[in-house]
Design a binder for this molecule. Sequence first.
Ligand code: SAH
Ligand code: SF4
Ligand code: F3S
Length: 443
Amino acid sequence: MTFHIITFGCQMNVADSEWLANILKARGLKQVATAAEADIILLNTCSVREKPELKVRSALGRIQQETGGRLNVLVGVAGCVAQQLGTTLFSYSPQVRLVAGTDQIAAIPDAIKLLVQEPSRTLCLTGFTEGYHERPAAQGETSPGAFVNIMQGCDNFCTYCIVPFTRGRQKSRSAKAILAECEAALKNGAREITLLGQNVNAYGKDKSGDGTSFFSLLKQVSALDPSMRLRYVTPHPKDMTEEDIEAFALLPNLCPRLHLPMQAGSDKVLKRMNRRYDSAGFLKLVSGLRRARPDLALSTDLIVGFPGETEEDFLQTLSMTEQCGFMSSYSFCYSDRPGTRASTYLDKIAPEIQLDRLQRLQALQDRLTASWLNARAGQTTEVLIEQQSPRQNEAGYVSWQGRDPYGALIHLSLPADAGNATGREMPVKITSAFKHSLHAELL
Ligand code: SAH
Ligand code: SF4
Ligand code: F3S
């Protein structure tokens, strides 16, 4: 049988989909590139922003079109929208016979087996597990970067956010299992490890923690291989300890890049978001980080038009963004998510004001990004090649792309006879900046 997976959402979903693909392949199923060729189609969904139900509905419509609506095609909806909507999803398309929430990814392979044997059945699995459930190891093809889950869920309840509802309570994975997965990935050829979670530096601070702190975990992973690259995503500013900051000075393989969501610059808005830090605290954290690692590249997430946000509040977001000098940011207009506290706030901001603020914020970010990228021209760095680049090849050359330790996207041309460069690390000199990436040549 053949299967096809469509993934929306964050890196956790990407990691879940990758695990699923590997385990299904290990069970003898064949992964195919389009829905049209597949007997089984899995849609891994996200509910964090903007009309996720509609997005799922239209994806299911496309699947119906591409498969001619055949009812012997088994469609499963997994992830955060599945967790949120449960059995309602069966009414979206007659092809949907499986709904699997965020803690039920591991149950999907057996569920598929059952549903293939019993074509008239449907299954809706949306229970949350007690503690972090280990899944069977599923080694895929060698890829230069490995993403390793260190926890599930989130306990922060930022007032705008649906994640604590869709992913459930925070559950830390045992350090032993994390280290074993990292070791296996390195043995399989990975050159970079990214530790994953919704609030990674709260690792261990829940019932299923085994006494290991985030810093201690980071040190242990770092020690597995001094020559690999280590990253993590996403930390919460309120949970960054002195040790987490010092780690950037102490651990040579911890990359000088941190994605540190600020969300807003106004203390009033931060308070109403329940972020539990203020602008002064955030700036102090940033300067501590830069003291530990002067060349640290920072990126962030920002929300504009949060309920009650005045022009004054918004100007503080602009000012903080400028002061922190983020090399990139993801910015979004606030949108109501069902069940969240902010969705009950009455002082919503008009969409046209939200959009105007978003554009002004993005114009500022474009300027900061350009200045960060332009300052890199002439520097030497090391690139880890990830894949061929969509850029035009010059005669006799192939265009490749990869990332440097700062996480900047770098394009470079290599002689066509150099073979497959994926996973290779090479010293390069940056020659020029594009809008969102850099161009380099081999040193
Ligand atoms: N755990 C991570 C990621 C959360 S979701 C963190 O704490 O940063 C990713 C981003 O989506 C958030 O950082 C936030 O900027 C944005 N986001 C979440 N809910 C939102 C909402 N209701 N409206 C607009 N943006 C939202
Ligand atoms: Fe959502 Fe806040 Fe948890 Fe991030 S820390 S997942 S924004 S509740
Ligand atoms: Fe989306 Fe769920 Fe991730 S809501 S951002 S897929 S945790």
